[in-house]
Design a protein around this ligand. Structure first.
Ligand SMILES: CC(C)(COP(=O)(O)OP(=O)(O)OC[C@H]1O[C@@H](n2cnc3c(N)ncnc32)[C@H](O)[C@@H]1OP(=O)(O)O)[C@@H](O)C(=O)NCCC(=O)NCCS
Length: 365
């Protein structure tokens, strides 16, 4: 039998046309387009690109956006179910149950035709933000806010969360966040979702698999971990003792390190710029300054002293962006999923189109 690779490190499990990562040079492409060239597009266009394989032209984008807008709303029965949740649970647990509930209300749930999958795709991408916002409001006994058609995917989410129309920069930040979260090759959640899809399970079930895997603190849960860390450190003076203490106890610092990137994560660079601009618009740069101080200290500790290529990953400055958008830490993983759902669906479709059950072997000891 082949040599076992712990954590499947470096193992190539399949061919994909959806994204490309060069972890040494710090390059990320969706469908062959560099992430830096995608972040100024609307999220809808990037979602379309991931799922359909091409950047939409004007009429394709307007049709896709309209379909999403037409499907943003969730029905009254579903809202009643959300209100019954025990809000002691983590937001991601609520989202997982809510998506399962969406599947129950979809008569096409177990239909596998291309048309049924297209309809399910639109519903999933469109309803994720509505569900996350409604769940959050329900946890405070607040009624959901109806989506607003004249707002982008990201801006509408912020509006449904708070009832306030976001500033242009806040709307831009949310759109960019969803784009930067949308896809990342065979990360753990996408891999788990492709395994589910490879058994020809339905799209909702596969997406729920992705959600369950995203939840962990070594994956999507790290973003909440960074937000909690920023709160715990509190100010620049505490940054160095906090970090040194963690490293001495051999604890992981959330938002740093990556299985594939051995250099600066290209998404972190874009988030950093957005975080800086938001801090200036806010008139309070303290979260940004604290994060930059942590980055500098950790560069010294990891790279200069220990010679380890451990840099900020996608979760580090995204957490700072969320701080400035007043997003509660417990929503961080759910919002990550709102963006990632387009990439997940693209991977499901790719798996269905050329399927072989994913079933590796274990080495018996
Ligand atoms: C992402 C992550 C799981 C990648 O893990 P991996 O490829 O399995 O690498 P390892 O966890 O084996 O780390 C390799 C070495 O770097 C260290 N390391 C990696 N990330 C670290 C971090 N964030 N803080 C402290 N040490 C870290 C490990 O302790 C290990 O040290 P050792 O060789 O002395 O044992 C890991 O970097 C991590 O746990 N990061 C924090 C969580 C996070 O931000 N996750 C989001 C990923 S996008």
């Amino acid at each position: 039998m082949e040599e076992m690779k712990k954590g499947l490190e470096g193992v190539v499990a399949l061919d994909t046309k959806i994204s490309y990562i060069d972890g040494i040079q710090g390059i990320l492409m969706y469908r062959g387009v560099k992430i830096e060239d995608l972040v100024d597009l609307p999220y809808d266009a990037v979602s379309y690109l991931l799922i359909n394989g091409k950047i939409p032209n004007e009429s394709e984008l307007s049709e896709y956006s309209q379909e999403l807008k037409d499907n943003r709303i969730i029905n009254g029965k579903q809202i009643d179910v959300l209100k019954e949740f025990d809000f002691g649970v983590e937001a991601l647990d609520g989202l997982r149950t809510a998506i399962s509930c969406t599947a129950h209300f979809d008569l096409e749930n177990n239909h596998h035709s291309p048309d049924a999958n297209k309809n399910k795709t639109i519903k999933l991408v469109a309803k994720f933000p509505t569900i996350v916002a409604a769940l959050h409001r329900a946890s405070f006994d607040k009624e959901p806010i109806e989506p607003k058609d004249d707002l982008s995917h990201g801006a509408n989410f912020l509006y449904m969360l708070t009832g306030k129309i976001p500033t242009d920069l806040e709307a831009e930040a949310m759109e960019k966040d969803l784009i930067l979260s949308a896809e990342h090759e065979l990360n753990p959640s996408t891999f788990s979702l492709r395994i589910a899809a490879s058994t020809l399970s339905d799209l909702y079930s596969a997406v729920i698999c992705g959600l369950c895997t995203l939840k962990g603190p070594l994956h999507g849960g790290a973003r909440k971990g960074v937000m909690d860390m920023l709160d715990e450190v509190g100010n620049i003076e505490n940054a160095r003792p906090y970090v040194l203490n963690k490293l001495e106890r051999k604890e992981k610092i959330m938002g740093f390190g990556h299985r594939v990137y051995k250099t600066y994560d290209p998404r972190a660079r874009i988030y950093k710029d957005v975080a800086r601009r938001l801090s200036i618009e806010n008139g309070d740069t303290s979260w940004f300054d604290l994060a930059e101080e942590l980055e500098n200290i950790l560069y010294h500790e990891f790279v200069e002293i220990r010679g380890k290529p451990i840099y900020p990953n996608v979760d580090f400055y995204s957490a700072v962006v969320y701080k400035y958008l007043n997003i509660p830490a417990e929503l961080a993983t759910s919002i990550f999923a709102m963006g990632r759902v387009s990439g997940w669906i693209a991977h499901c479709m790719e798996q269905y189109a050329d399927n072989r059950v994913i079933r590796p072997r274990a080495h018996f000891v």
